[in-house]
Design a binder for this molecule. Structure first.
Ligand code: NAP
Ligand code: ZN
Length: 353
């Protein structure tokens, strides 16, 4: 066991602060990684503040962070896929049961025995729960380590590990592509990746935002049209026209307004995870045989596929790189939708703690 530097929250009301955490020495199948960058996902904030208490109660101290890019420093004796010096990524999962139907279908995100990067019981007994990527290092089973294409900027690649796969996976599932009209609701970390993918897949891409000031950015990111969702006339123009809408909003909002924009057989997928239930007017679904669904992250194979796709198309997140000491300020800005479009923590800043 060794001590790593980290930023952790001691309770749902405490700011994140510097702490030392235990990490296991790499076992046979493990890879030890020096973390270079870690993205800040809104899920980190929901979890650290225990906003998802009813579904996923937080355990403290908690070290969030599941958008990790780093450099391999050590590997266990049975590791075959990685060696010291490799640029690698860790997303939201660090283990699963490897045997269930979902694991066999390479859909580990549905495994009942999945181990999340932070907040899951630690099977190795190093700590009560797993600790995430707001840290200078992490040790992970090689089967949950991903390869980062070398042409991608590591700070901008980090958010691909959650925001990237969470938007890529449902778009692939619902066959977003040429000839399809696709909406992306909420231009934050997930939303801006959704726009990049929808555009790269060749769909006609429409962004819905509550922030008029994001219009030009949305177009630069690949949107064909931008709708300020508070404007009812603009919303009405798109009624009944979408094949697919990806809702990336982190707070309670009216999903019926978007269900009504779907074409016949259209689908609205929630990836945004507000802490409160969202009322759904079922007639909006019945008339038009529309569907309303959700999607969690993605499996390991699909995450690697997404990273390779990003490597070929030179896609990374638009990031504001911050030192770890600015995490709490970044959280406050995220609550105000003031992120362009993902914070990526430069872990070199942890050295001075
Ligand atoms: P984020 O960067 O904070 O972006 C959320 C965006 O939602 C904001 O930028 C804003 O966009 C919009 N928004 C915020 N409050 C709103 C409100 N009251 N009404 C309408 N729109 C509002 O968050 P994120 O990191 O992208 O995460 C988004 C959500 O996805 C979070 O709930 C997160 O937990 C969840 N998530 C889910 C998964 C999964 O596996 N399903 C994975 C990762 C994250 P505009 O300014 O454009 O309106
Ligand atoms: Zn996330």
């Amino acid at each position: 066991m060794f001590k790593a530097k980290a930023y952790s929250a001691a309770s749902k009301t405490s700011p994140l602060a510097s702490a030392a955490i235990p990490r296991r020495d790499p076992t046979e199948r493990d890879v030890q990684i020096d973390i270079l960058f870690c993205g800040i996902c809104h899920s980190d904030l929901h979890y650290a503040r225990d906003e998802w208490h009813e579904v996923m109660p937080a355990v403290y101290p908690c070290v969030p962070g599941h958008e990790i890019v780093g450099c391999v420093t050590k590997v266990g004796s049975a590791v075959t896929r990685y060696q010291a010096g490799d640029l690698v990524g860790i997303g939201c999962l660090v283990d699963s049961d490897h045997t269930c139907r979902h694991c066999q279908e390479e859909l580990e995100q549905f495994c009942p025995g999945m181990v999340l990067t932070y907040g899951s019981p630690d099977r190795h007994g190093t700590a009560p729960v797993t600790y995430g990527g707001y840290s200078d290092s992490i040790v992970v089973d090689e089967r949950f380590v991903l390869r980062i294409p070398p042409n991608l900027d590591p700070a901008g690649a980090a958010p691909l590990l959650c925001a990237g796969i969470t938007t890529y996976s449902p778009m692939r599932h619902w066959k977003v592509g040429e000839g399809k009209k696709v909406g992306v609701v909420g231009l934050g970390g997930l939303g801006h990746m959704g726009v990049k993918f929808a555009h790269a897949f060749g769909a006609h891409t429409v962004v819905f935002t509550t922030s008029p000031g994001k219009t030009e950015d949305a177009k630069r990111l690949g949107a064909d049209e931008v709708v300020v969702s508070k404007n009812a006339d603009e919303m009405r123009k798109h009624a009944g026209s979408f094949d697919f809408i990806l809702d990336c909003v982190a707070a309670p909002h009216d999903v019926n307004a978007y269900i009504n924009l779907l074409a016949r057989d259209g689908n609205l997928t929630m990836v945004g995870a507000p802490d409160k239930p969202l009322p759904v007017a079922v007639f909006g679904l019945i008339f038009g045989r529309r569907s309303f669904s959700g999607s969690p992250i993605g499996g390991l194979a699909e995450t690697q596929e997404m990273l390779d796709f990003c490597g070929r198309h030179n896609i990374t997140a638009d990031v504001e790189v911050i030192p770890v000491q600015k995490i709490n300020e970044a959280y406050e800005r995220m609550v105000r939708s003031d992120v362009k479009y993902r914070f990526s923590i430069d872990m070199a800043s942890l050295k001075s703690e």
